[in-house]
Design a protein around this ligand. Structure first.
Ligand SMILES: N[C@@H](CCC(=O)N[C@@H](CS)C(=O)NCC(=O)O)C(=O)O
Length: 216
């Protein structure tokens, strides 16, 4: 099994899960700056030109939530309860909520205050940041209430929904998200950080990331 990645929030979820579950895979780092995501050989696997991508024999899968589900099924982990439809719907609810709502709110802070700095692609745009603040607070209030008296967002235990929701929010301090008053969210994020796989999901790398898929 191969997992293609670079240091970014969507691959982070998959790599954290793989490490947490002890998945035996080859982790292939892509060199974004060298155009690895747009190489025809990579686009043949993932036409979105994004990471992560999983390749298991002839089977190719993209979208981090689908990949996390696949890894759980492969390893028998209840972070995706393969035989419990009643629990699956709870997890899907939070995966969907993340992808449709939360990711846009936290993602604006993450992109403007963190990604732009890391990739030297300009200054944070104050207008973008200001515009997202009301939505951020609306959604953070919902998540904070959900986490009141809970350590995890669904099913009373760690699931892939936690990793999906936390992959940008975990960087709230660096990304300058106005999160501190949401004490249940902060407690939950700090709790995740006590897990070695979540705290440091990145595989040991070669000295240089691979420029394209020539080594695939
Ligand atoms: N919904 C996708 C998002 C994938 C995605 O947007 N990946 C980003 C990194 S977080 C990427 O590859 N960006 C590179 C680009 O857009 O050029 C998933 O969860 O896998």
């Amino acid at each position: 099994m191969k997992i293609y990645w670079f240091k970014a929030q969507a691959p982070r979820r998959v790599l954290a899960l793989a490490k947490h579950l002890g998945v035996n895979a080859e982790f292939i780092e892509l060199d974004l700056m060298a155009g690895a995501l747009k190489a025809p050989s990579y686009l043949a696997f993932n036409p979105n030109g994004k990471a992560p991508t999983l390749v298991d024999g002839d089977f190719v899968l993209w979208e981090s939530s689908a990949i996390m589900t696949y890894l759980c099924i492969k390893t028998g982990s209840d972070m995706w309860p393969a035989n419990r439809p009643d629990e699956q719907v709870q997890i899907i609810r939070w995966l969907s909520w993340n992808d449709c709502h939360w990711s846009r709110a936290v993602g604006t802070f993450y992109f403007e205050n963190l990604v732009k700095v890391v990739f030297h692609i300009g200054e944070p745009d104050p207008a973008e940041l200001e515009a997202i603040v009301p939505e951020f607070h609306h959604l953070a209030t919902i998540l904070d209430k959900r986490l009141e008296g809970r350590d995890f967002v669904a099913c009373g235990r760690l699931t892939i929904a936690d990793f999906q929701l936390a992959s940008m929010a975990c960087d709230w301090r660096e990304a300058k998200m106005p999160m501190s008053k949401y004490t249940n969210i902060v407690r939950w994020l700090d709790g995740l950080m006590t897990m070695p796989g979540w705290a440091n999901p990145w595989p040991a790398t070669e000295t240089q990331p691979r420029p394209a898929m020539a080594h695939a």
